[in-house]
Design a protein around this ligand. Structure first.
Ligand code: ATP
Length: 487
């Protein structure tokens, strides 16, 4: 049931205007997607929520929007030019390409599922050790020794293991032969590090303080299946928190707790979330965990929380030969601050929200069993907050409905619909996750009451028009989630 769900979600997202494959007229571009009318509204709501959580609830975090293109030396200093690479291998029979670590990890998962836990653990330990030593030949041998086969061809005719840098390179300058290679940023964090001193000075920020940024990132992923989980162009929401050296553990725990709570505030059930410490820490990292969500294809990372020490600022100070020092009036000394980062993929969160919201239920209506599909999105994140319908297209009902639409449209994202039967109009709103439908009928003309229909329960109640503004403010505002974040 679980594994069948992803294809249903993908086709639902396309059919109802959430997510379209990019360039579909030309057979698509792998791992690139476009957000449709409802998808972008959902994404904006999610981004606003994250942005407000970070910058509004914390007086010591401010925002930034740095450019996608940066000086190529940035990526040399950050280590991305030399080591932001995945190890890949091709199967000679199926011609399919895989990430070696993923092939081995999936095999270990299958061993665990088959009760061979010791073998799985040993395999993962071997993988970590070979990755640490950068031993490509050893990894190839491990694939053969563990009899790992291609899921398509079912053979183990593997090519040599090779490295592929994940950054997209392009040229800047008018004459191509003279132009410099630059990169599309593979993460937004470096733009924050480079602006650290600007922000500290102009915002008069004192450590500890944070800088938050939402923006596009690009990675030439080798394996790009699983819909918007792994894309080549995606959006990150990252916050870098600058702290006094020595307070790393304290702030790492603080951010891990707060980010964990954020998912609860969103309404994601605790049992579908996991905190996974990294098996292998990057050489500069002091601590790192992933927050994982149980997707239809297993528990996978949605967010990383990393204590990065002074690695990034120090590298940029060394490479640029500029001083990146912060004078701490409290300690009366200068130092390079340490960093704890929270880094989440916006698109992965959208997939998580769609997986949580997509609901198919059977119900019996007049003795007939019917399937009902709807999106149980949090009202504050739903693309449309309320749909306004005149019951019929005559007797002055459309004018009255339009009047209500005009009164509420300044505060809420609404839709107005007068065609088709009321049942069909309800169904359509259910499919895009609209939490409330408001119907104007003949009684409305007499007593200014309307029928308010609730998406999840399908319950209908008669309410006064004058109560709608207050009701919607209470139920669809982001404030409800923000208050549950307990900052
Ligand atoms: P993975 O191990 O899944 O490749 P990562 O550890 O490389 O992810 P980070 O570099 O920590 O990811 O990036 C931070 C966040 O950005 C991830 O938690 C994820 O939500 C998101 N992200 C990373 N790569 C992609 C991608 N190709 N498509 C969509 N989101 C991504």
């Amino acid at each position: 049931m679980q594994t069948l769900m992803l294809p249903s979600i993908i086709s639902h997202a396309k059919e109802y205007g959430f997510i379209f494959p990019s360039s579909e007229m030309y057979d698509g571009l792998q791992a690139v997607y476009d957000y449709g009318q409802y998808g972008i509204a959902l994404k904006r709501n999610l981004q606003n929520l994250w942005w407000q959580t970070m910058t509004q609830l914390h007086s010591h975090i401010v925002g930034l929007d740095s450019a996608i293109l940066m000086h190529p030396a940035v990526w040399k200093a950050s280590g991305h030019v030399d080591s932001f690479a995945d190890l890949m291998v091709d199967n000679k029979d199926s011609k399919k390409r895989y990430r070696v670590d993923m092939l081995i990890e999936n095999h270990a998962e299958a061993l665990t599922a088959a009760g061979q836990e010791d073998e799985a653990k040993q395999l993962l330990a071997q993988l970590q050790s070979l990755l640490q030593k950068d031993d490509l030949v050893g990894l190839h041998t491990l694939l053969l020794e563990a009899a790992i086969t291609c899921p398509v061809a079912k053979t183990s005719h593997w090519t040599d293991v090779r490295k592929l840098n994940l950054m997209f390179a392009t040229k800047v300058g008018a004459i191509e032969s003279e132009a410099d290679t630059i990169y599309l940023r593979p993460e937004t964090a470096q733009g924050i590090y480079l602006n650290f001193l600007h922000v500290a000075h102009t915002a008069r920020m004192k450590v500890p303080f944070g800088i938050a940024q939402i923006g596009k990132a690009f990675r030439n992923e080798i394996v790009a299946r699983q819909f918007i989980f792994r894309m080549r162009e995606f959006e990150q929401m990252e916050m870098q928190f600058f702290i006094q050296p020595g307070t790393d553990k304290q702030w790492f725990d603080y951010w891990q707790n707060l980010r964990w709570q954020w998912y609860q505030a969103l309404g994601i059930p605790k049992e579908k979330l996991k905190i996974k410490p990294h098996d292998q820490l990057a050489h500069y990292a002091q601590a790192a965990v992933d927050i994982e969500y149980q997707f239809p294809f297993g528990y996978k990372e949605v967010e990383g929380i990393h204590a990065r020490g002074d690695f990034d600022l120090k590298r940029h100070a060394q490479a640029s030969r500029k001083k990146v020092q912060y004078f701490d009036p409290e300690l009366n000394q200068s130092y390079i601050p340490h960093v704890v980062e929270t880094s989440v993929g916006c698109d992965r969160l959208i997939l998580m929200l769609l997986c949580e919201a997509f609901t198919q239920e059977s119900q019996v209506e007049n003795g007939v069993s019917k399937e009902r599909t709807y999106l149980k999105l949090h009202p504050a994140l739903a693309p449309i907050k309320a749909a306004i319908f005149p019951l019929v297209k005559k007797d002055g009902l459309p004018a009255k409905a339009q009047q209500l639409f005009d009164a509420l449209k300044y505060d809420f994202a609404l839709t107005y619909e007068e065609n088709q039967s009321i049942g069909k109009r309800y169904t359509r709103q259910d499919l895009i996750g609209t939490p409330y439908c408001i119907t104007i009928d003949h009684q409305t003309l007499e007593d200014d009451t309307v029928t308010l229909r609730h998406r999840d329960s399908m319950a209908q109640e008669r309410v006064a028009i004058t109560s709608l503004q207050g009701f919607l403010t209470e139920t669809v505002s982001l404030k409800r989630i923000l208050q549950d974040c307990h900052v």
